[in-house]
Write a protein that binds this ligand. Structure first.
Ligand code: NAD
Ligand code: ZN
Length: 380
């Protein structure tokens, strides 16, 4: 089958004869992929920032598809079902899954202390192949996969596997109170969705910070919020303080992650990257510009090298820092309702539809933020 194939940092190609995935466990299903996105998280793999990302691996944790085969113990699915598959691989039974912490499942990634299994996300996330391929093996098929409602557009469905729940959970973890000022760092798909969802929690003001004007323009319209270019400011922290009566924001959301840790990334990969954060990360800005007693919600993904936290300010300001992998399955029922009612229109963020054969070009465009790219979708 056709599949994306990782060759090393900044090198991705199309594999034309990857063996078809097989049922390995009675709870598995095989899914024929209908849509599969490239995510900002894939860029961390592509940039060589995630340990134990092995040559030959197929990425892709945001996909929908048709069930073509099921293991003998699968009860909730049948062949022909069209499903959206959460990016977390979750057993549904362990101590964490029982608390709906599906992003922290113990069984799907027993070696790791933090993260559960994730499709196509290196051996630190379980070593599972992902959905940037024609077919994919889906473990614990009765737990994550969710039938796509008849009325739902597949473009909306594929964004419910990660982008929407992650943006929503970013806002939820921020503990937004009615009238709060929320600052979102990053105007990628995740930051855009976090800004949009902040209103659902009663925010009074939403401000997004990035340096890409086309994304700022997009989020201004899509999420009806303020949006500013940090390159046009002397200091984003001073800017935020000034615009909040010197108090700071009630909630800051980091939707950037490792991308801003530019120097560390360069050291690791030995390559010059398109990074603008320098040694000052979005996380610094979030901690330093949230008000005393405020909450910093982190959904940006960091690797082990990114321990650049201004911890003194965390303590002195009495800040709460929260973070997690989104618990997609927990959030899907309410998010499906928000799509149905029209409150959320996820598919509007899709800017590029790319045949799977051109996956390498897809990575180039998204990594370089070329052609006003916000969200690319691969079509097998
Ligand atoms: P993206 O690369 O498209 O967007 C990142 C944005 O951050 C870009 O627009 C970039 O210009 C901007 N940026 C860079 N440095 C900045 C800075 N210092 N301040 C403000 N903005 C800055 O990626 P995405 O798909 O939107 O994902 C964003 C982050 O969320 C990534 O780290 C990704 O790994 C993470 N993520 C987490 C989860 C989760 O469950 N926790 C799920 C999906 C994605
Ligand atoms: Zn993703």
């Amino acid at each position: 089958m056709l599949a994306m194939n990782f060759r090393g940092p900044f090198r991705v190609r199309l594999d034309r004869d990857k063996p078809l995935p097989e049922i390995k466990h009675p709870e598995d299903a095989i899914v024929r992929v209908l849509r599969s996105c490239i995510c900002g998280s894939d860029l961390h793999l592509y940039h060589g920032l995630v340990p134990d990302t092995r040559v030959g691996m197929t990425f892709g944790h945001e996909f929908i598809g048709e069930v073509v085969e099921i293991g003998s113990e699968v009860k909730n699915l049948k062949t022909g079902d069209k499903v959206m598959v959460p990016f977390n691989i979750a057993c549904g039974k362990c101590v964490f899954c029982r608390q709906e912490l599906y992003g922290n499942c113990h069984e799907s990634n027993p070696q790791a202390t933090a993260v559960g299994g994730i499709f196509g996300y290196s051996h630190t996330a379980g070593g599972y192949d992902g959905g940037q391929a024609e077919y994919v093996r889906v473990p614990y098929a009765d737990v994550g996969p969710t039938i796509i409602p008849e009325w739902m557009d597949p473009d909306d469905a594929v964004l419910l596997t990660d982008v929407v729940p992650t943006g929503y959970q970013a806002a939820e973890m921020g503990g937004i109170q009615p009238g709060d000022t929320v600052v979102v760092f990053g105007a990628g798909p995740i930051g855009i969705m976090a800004a949009k969802c902040s209103w659902l929690f009663g925010a009074g003001r939403v401000i997004v910070i990035d340096h890409l004007d086309y994304r700022l323009e997009f989020v201004r319209n899509y999420a009806q919020c303020e949006a500013y270019n940090f390159k046009e400011m002397n200091d984003p922290v001073v800017f935020i303080k000034t615009t909040t009566d010197s108090l700071g924001a009630d909630v800051c959301i980091d939707a950037v992650g490792a991308e801003a840790a530019g120097s560390a990334a360069q050291t690791l990969t030995g390559r010059k990257m398109l990074l603008q954060g320098g040694s000052t990360t979005a996380l610094h800005w979030a901690i330093n510009s949230v008000k005393k007693g405020g909450i910093v919600s982190i959904v940006g993904v960091y690797g082990p090298i990114d321990s650049l936290v201004p911890i003194g300010n965390v303590v002195n300001k009495g800040i709460t820092i929260r973070g997690n992998q989104a618990s997609v399955k927990r959030l899907l029922p309410r998010l499906i309702e928000h799509v149905k009612s029209g409150v959320l229109n996820p598919k509007e963020i899709i800017t590029h539809r790319i045949p799977l054969e051109e996956v390498a070009e897809g990575y180039h465009i998204f990594s370089a933020k070329r052609d006003n790219c916000i969200k690319p979708v691969l079509i097998p």
